[in-house]
Design a protein around this ligand. Structure first.
Ligand SMILES: [Zn+2]
Length: 197
């Protein structure tokens, strides 16, 4: 149906989050019916983003600038770093405008099941940022899952020697790889309810 090009397009779309074969076929059809208005601009946006966007060397955010717009913003509170599991969590917090400091993307949580080990996480760069000075608080926003809690404990232990205050977002708040699904009020409450330890 439609030839190998169309099959390939549908196959690639179907691999995207939130897409299945059916929604991929619908999206492909929409694009194919409007090549000038939809398909070519999308193809250009994809190519431009693939070329320009890289992880921020400071925090791990994805941005076309390095350091990213957040790290480069002189209005941000540089004394507070919020540690998140992934870029999606960072973007959710930014959309909700509930954190005015900097971020650090850990790149996952410790997980025996998924085989994620300490050396797989971006811990050394975080310790280097803290050692460079000027950081007074690290907020661990790693979520209430078993892996999130394990990682927060482990990371808090690693941070003790630095003398920085370590806080955790409110317990019982279902975050960690899922911040995106929370409304802004819940996010704000989670961050407000952070506690030391
Ligand atoms: Zn950054």
């Amino acid at each position: 149906m439609g030839g190998p090009e169309v099959e390939r397009l549908i196959g690639l779309l179907a691999k995207l989050p939130g897409f299945g074969p059916r929604s991929a076929r619908r999206a492909a059809l929409k694009l194919l019916q409007q090549p000038q208005a939809r398909m070519l601009p999308l193809a250009k946006a994809l190519a431009d983003a693939a070329r320009a966007v890289t992880p921020c060397g400071e925090c791990g955010n994805l941005d076309s600038r390095d350091p990213c717009a957040i790290c480069a913003d002189p209005r941000r509170d540089r004394t507070v770093i919020c540690v998140v599991e992934g870029v999606g969590d960072l973007w959710a917090l930014e959309r909700a405008a509930v954190h005015h400091g900097l971020y650090h993307v850990l790149g996952g949580t410790l997980s025996a099941l998924a085989g994620t080990r300490p050396e797989d996480l971006s811990t050394a760069p975080l310790l280097r940022r803290i050692e460079a000075g000027g950081v007074s608080e690290v907020i661990l926003a790693l979520g209430a899952t078993v892996d999130g809690a394990t990682t927060a404990h482990w990371l808090a232990d690693r941070l003790v020697a630095s003398g920085v205050m370590v806080t955790r977002v409110g317990q019982g708040v279902p975050i960690g790889g899922a911040l995106d699904a929370l409304d802004d009020g819940t996010l704000a409450a989670a961050l407000r309810a952070r506690r030391q330890g």
